[in-house]
Design a protein around this ligand. Structure first.
Ligand code: ADP
Length: 586
């Protein structure tokens, strides 16, 4: 667990983000100074009124002071309320900036990073976590600046009335700012474990909701429910512990201010007795002493609500500081793939996932001619999807090089490379929004006509038009209301619209019914023309016509050739074909 110094350092870094809302923070400081001024004015006016009472002045002499104090109260009401909305606006601005930064980094880290993370943890950090930074960014920071200015002004005024008594007030104020920092080591541990427990509870919920079908199908709901209840209990215990810890220094502060008030009153009275200060000044000390305690209590509250953001800041900086494993050349190639249909060449590709000691690919060589169709087959776990991950540069190979269009893919900019490859994944991800928007994702500037043309080529137009609002139909989360075949045809429409010279079909027909498969196959044959295509397939019937078939087994390329050549060889591929034929016959 990082030390509390780390946490304070994290706060130092957070302060830098306030740069995005400099003007707003300055205005908030001015507003907060205004509010403090009304408290001070009220205290001074009331002190004067009280000293008039003691000097037996007529009631009429008190009225201006009392009206003045009432005016200060009214002005304070206006000042503090008017800034509540403004504070929300500045909070939204700075949180948006941080969210954008973190999201941009996560995108640049790419799927290679997300494959190793619990998405629920990232979600709770980017949503709730950044929310918890708000008290620090928009309350604590402006407040501490205004307290410093107000403290110096009040201190100077009191010093002018009586230097010795003022020292008690000044020292008490400085100690009050410092006390919360003294308990940081204790409180930070409590808050960090509180936040971790929250993140884990939230990740459990996301997991359970995403895996609802599986939980139901395997009757595992009750077990998951028990786990969730245990996590919720742990979270509740951490919450109580955290509240108890935060009470330590608010108690210390109350004690400190109480003791300071008593000493101030006694000392001021003693000094009056000696004839060193007037009774009017004693009243000022008593009233202003109380007013000094109020912002300190607020500061303490803001500090505690801010502290929750600490362990989040730690997680956020861990993402922001994470080195990119995929880097780009300073002057990348952004042209070569526009010239002609690309050929794809793999030379000695070896790759292992970070979390896996075994190589997922081992010295793989492949040559796929421009405009040709290559099929990659092999049993599950043989490395087919890994190959797609490498072609898209989600990961870089440990050894060897991949050339597309004669250029090492590390020499292209990532955006350019990925814009030239269209992929139809086995599982199509649809975002919430309309069907039209989902297809247009491939080329946001495409007009309606282009979207319809792409959908027709993907054999998707007919079923889309049969939906209540056609292309404007809003699809539910992840397209749950569409069939596997329909989702796949939307993915193909995206690929058509993208119009990239290299097409990758990753098990595109593996999870659809026979009628859909025929429609999809037909659409695919259309778009494979005039493109270099790589088909990854379990079902060998779909790859017979490929110009070349590559057979992978345990990460190694074990055979290559046409369907006929490989059957004649009568080795791995022939065995796979026979096994599948027998499986379909039985
Ligand atoms: P295929 O697509 O042929 O089924 P994969 O390329 O998915 O095979 O997997 C090849 C090997 O890499 C397997 O041993 C698999 O367990 C492993 N693997 C795949 N993805 C990951 C990952 N994200 N992290 C660690 N290991 C992985």
């Amino acid at each position: 667990m990082p030390s509390y110094r780390y946490h304070l350092g994290a706060y130092g870094r957070l302060v830098r983000y306030i740069g995005a809302i400099k003007t707003e923070v300055a205005l908030k400081v001015i507003n907060s100074l205004g509010v403090n001024a009304t408290y001070t004015a009220q205290a001074v006016l009331m002190a004067r009124a009280v000293s008039l009472v003691f000097s037996r002045s007529p009631l009429s002499a008190l009225i201006p002071y009392i009206l003045g104090a009432l005016g200060a109260v009214a002005l304070r009401g206006v000042l503090s309320r008017s800034f509540e909305i403004y504070t929300k606006i500045m909070a939204a601005k700075v949180k948006t900036k941080i969210r954008f930064l973190v999201f941009d980094k996560i995108l640049r880290l790419g799927p290679g990073y997300m494959h190793h993370q619990r998405s629920g943890r990232i979600q709770s950090m980017v949503l709730d976590g950044i929310e918890s930074l708000e008290p620090f960014l928009v309350n604590y920071v402006p407040h501490i600046i205004s307290i410093a200015i107000t403290g110096i002004a009040i201190g100077a005024y009191l010093f002018h009335l009586d230097w010795l008594t003022s020292l008690v007030v000044i020292i008490a104020m400085i100690l009050c700012v410092g006390v919360p920092y003294l308990t940081v080591p204790l409180v930070s541990r409590g808050i960090v474990s509180y936040w971790r427990s929250y993140a884990s509870l939230s990740a459990q919920y996301v997991d359970s909701l995403q895996g609802m079908n599986t939980l139901k199908a395997f009757n595992a709901g009750e077990k998951k429910g028990t786990e969730l209840a245990a996590d919720a209990l742990d979270f509740y215990q951490k919450q109580i512990r955290n509240t108890a810890l935060s009470l330590i220094d608010s108690g210390l502060m109350t004690l400190l201010m109480g003791v300071a008030s008593c000493i101030t009153a006694a000392l001021a009275a003693y000094r009056t007795d000696l004839g060193l200060i007037t009774t009017g000044s004693v009243a000022v000390f008593l009233f202003l002493g109380i007013e000094c305690a109020r912002p300190m209590a607020d500061l303490n509250m803001y500090w505690h609500t801010s502290f929750l953001g600490l362990s989040v800041a730690e997680g956020l900086f861990e993402i922001i500081d994470r080195e990119l494993s995929i880097t780009e050349k300073e002057e990348p190639d952004t042209l070569s793939l526009d010239r002609q249909l690309p050929e794809v060449n793999l030379h000695g590709i070896t790759f292992a996932y970070r979390t896996n000691v075994k190589n997922a690919l081992q010295r793989v060589d492949m040559a796929i001619g421009a405009g040709r169709t290559a099929a990659i087959v092999g049993p599950s776990g043989s490395g087919k999807s890994t190959l797609v991950n490498l072609l898209l540069r989600f990961y870089d190979p440990g050894a060897g090089e991949i050339r597309i269009g004669g250029v090492d893919i590390r020499d292209y900019s990532l955006d350019y490379l990925q814009s030239k490859i269209a992929v139809v994944f086995q599982e199509t991800y649809l975002f919430s929004g309309t069907i039209g928007d989902n297809i247009r994702m491939a080329r946001p500037e495409a007009d309606d006509e282009a979207v319809v043309r792409a959908s027709k080529a993907a054999n998707a137009h007919e079923f889309i038009m049969a939906l209540p609002q056609g292309y404007q139909t809003v699809i539910s989360e992840r397209g749950a209301t569409l069939s596997g075949g329909e989702r796949q045809r939307i993915a193909i429409a995206r690929a058509v619209l993208k119009d990239a010279p290299l097409l990758i079909l990753d098990e595109a027909t593996s999870s659809v019914d026979a009628r859909s498969e025929a429609l999809i196959q037909d659409a695919l044959e259309g778009i494979m023309k005039n493109r270099t295509t790589i088909v990854i397939a379990h079902r060998l019937s779909t790859v017979k016509n490929a110009d070349k078939i590559f057979v992978l087994d345990e990460g190694r390329l074990v055979e290559e050739g046409t369907h006929e050549q490989l059957l004649v060889r009568n080795d791995v591929y022939a065995r796979l074909v026979n096994a599948q034929r027998q499986a379909t016959q039985s």
